[in-house]
Design a protein around this ligand. Structure first.
Ligand code: SF4
Ligand code: SF4
Length: 290
């Protein structure tokens, strides 16, 4: 019927209005359930997922609790356990950043040799589009997305170009902001470290086994050389004479080279042919009656 959709829409609006009125009439409205008090009438509100009605949050005194996966501007992680920046200045994040708003300055030692750490790291927050590509591609879990969105300033430059000092946060800050992801990452990192440790142990064991086998072979060689003393010149001469005599004896026996075998076969064939020729001669004589 004409106008049914319009009436349905108005019904939804009316329901929200009544829900909101009901929520506001309660002494402690639902929207304050489980909220965090920050003092000075400031609080962070966690809106229940089943909340009905339209909420008015009195920003900036009241703020909505942000979901874990909320992202705004990246932050760099300072590993509090190892007391070092996780960033190795590999530059992957700068390469994948679609609007190219990351600048990295690699540090170098006193000889000018590049090192695996940054001397500075800049992000232009006015250009960053919060896509999180830099986080996805960082192989060292060194860059994460911050939840801090209150970044209003009077001038874009240089206030919105953050340097390394402004971007760096301790690992604990990240753990508090992204608890689920942090736990998953820690479990993965531990597993990887364990695998790496095992691989190194296996490698060391193989190297030790190879070294042991090599030294055993060397020892055996030395022992063999010691057991068989070198022959004197006279002994070698006698040995050569003995071998020559053996060869002559083999030749005399008919055994030996291929040439001798061929000659023997040829002699046998000739004998056979001779025998057949004599048989034929005898047969011819018998036929003629001689
Ligand atoms: S933040 Fe990650 S990807 Fe970017 S330079 Fe540092 S280690 Fe490389
Ligand atoms: S979040 Fe996206 S736009 Fe912002 S710095 Fe990272 S890659 Fe670049």
């Amino acid at each position: 019927m004409f106008g049914t959709g319009l009436l349905k829409g108005l019904g939804v609006t009316l329901k929200h209005a009544l829900d909101t009125f009901e929520d506001d009439r309660e002494s402690v409205p639902d929207r304050y359930r489980g909220s965090l008090e920050l003092g000075n009438n400031r609080r962070v509100i966690q809106q229940p997922i089943d909340q009905e009605g339209l909420l008015t949050i009195q920003y900036p005194e009241e703020k909505r609790l942000l979901p874990e996966r909320f992202r705004y501007i990246p932050m760099l992680i300072w590993d509090s356990e190892k007391q070092e920046d996780r960033c190795t200045a590999c530059g992957i994040c700068a390469k994948v950043c679609p609007p190219q708003c990351i600048w990295i300055v690699r540090d170098s030692d006193e000889n000018g040799k590049p090192m695996t750490r940054c001397s500075d790291f800049y992000i232009d927050a006015a250009v960053c589009m919060s896509c999180s590509f830099c986080v996805e591609f960082c192989p060292f879990d060194a860059i994460k997305m911050n939840h801090d969105y209150e970044l209003a300033v009077y001038d874009r430059y240089p206030q919105l170009v953050y340097d390394m000092a402004e971007l760096t946060v301790p690992l604990e800050y990240y753990a508090a902001l992204w608890p689920t992801q942090y736990e998953e990452e820690q479990a993965r990192r531990k597993e990887e470290e364990e695998q790496k440790r095992k691989q190194e142990e296996e490698k060391a064991a193989k190297a030790a086994a190879r070294a042991a086998a090599k030294s055993a072979a060397a020892a055996e060689e030395t022992a063999t050389a010691g057991a068989a003393p070198k022959r004197s010149a006279a002994e070698l001469q006698a040995l050569a004479k003995e071998r020559a005599a053996q060869r002559q004896a083999q030749a005399a026996d008919g055994g030996g080279s291929d040439d001798d075998d061929a000659a023997a076969a040829k002699r046998a064939r000739m004998e056979e042919l001779k025998r057949r020729a004599q048989e034929r001669a005898r047969a011819r004589k018998a036929e003629s009656g001689e």
